[in-house]
Design a protein around this ligand. Structure first.
Ligand code: CA2
Length: 144
């Protein structure tokens, strides 16, 4: 059976490509989602993408994934550093979680160094730009 991967991008990641290119690069969220779908397809993965600026909408998407997805790749954006509720939703659905950050959160302000999601994630990648998402797809394709 084909693996279905849900890629979730959190708040402000809809602004990719519009500001802060030195931190987040110059490509857009649309580019990122297209790269994920194309790379997934090469690997035999079905990839669906979701972005929201709202914590509740992200939690609803995580809960809805429970019966249809086999893994979740998530960049929780600023909610990484604040949201127990997103962490609870992710551990509640029981799917493997792959956490991505475009920038190296450990080389930035100290409030970005802790992520509530990392403790329940199967893997965490930061600082590799869009490549982090594609690497997670590679890992999911290779996992049992
Ligand atoms: O490095 C990442 O991927 C982050 O998750 C991005 C979040 C930030 O709060 C995390 O600490 C690290 C912020 C996303 C904001 O994205 C923008 C993109 C372009 C222009 C402005 C914001």
């Amino acid at each position: 059976m084909a693996k279905n991967v849900l890629v979730i991008n959190g708040p402000n990641l809809n602004l990719l490509g519009t500001r802060e290119p030195a931190v987040y690069g110059s490509k857009t969220l649309k580019d990122l989602e297209a790269e994920c779908v194309a790379h997934g397809s090469k690997l035999g993965l079905s990839v669906n993408c979701f972005q929201s600026n709202s914590e509740g909408a992200i939690i609803d998407a995580i809960q809805a994934a429970r019966t249809v997805a086999t893994a979740i790749i998530i960049n929780p954006g600023g909610y990484s550093h604040t949201s127990v509720a997103i962490r609870d939703a992710l551990s509640g659905v029981g799917l493997p979680v792959y956490e991505v950050h475009i920038s190296n959160i450990h080389a930035r302000e100290s409030f970005r160094h802790h992520s509530y999601v990392s403790g329940i994630a199967r893997a965490v990648v930061c600082g590799l730009g869009f490549r982090g998402y594609l690497s997670m797809l590679d890992a999911i394709a290779e996992s049992h």
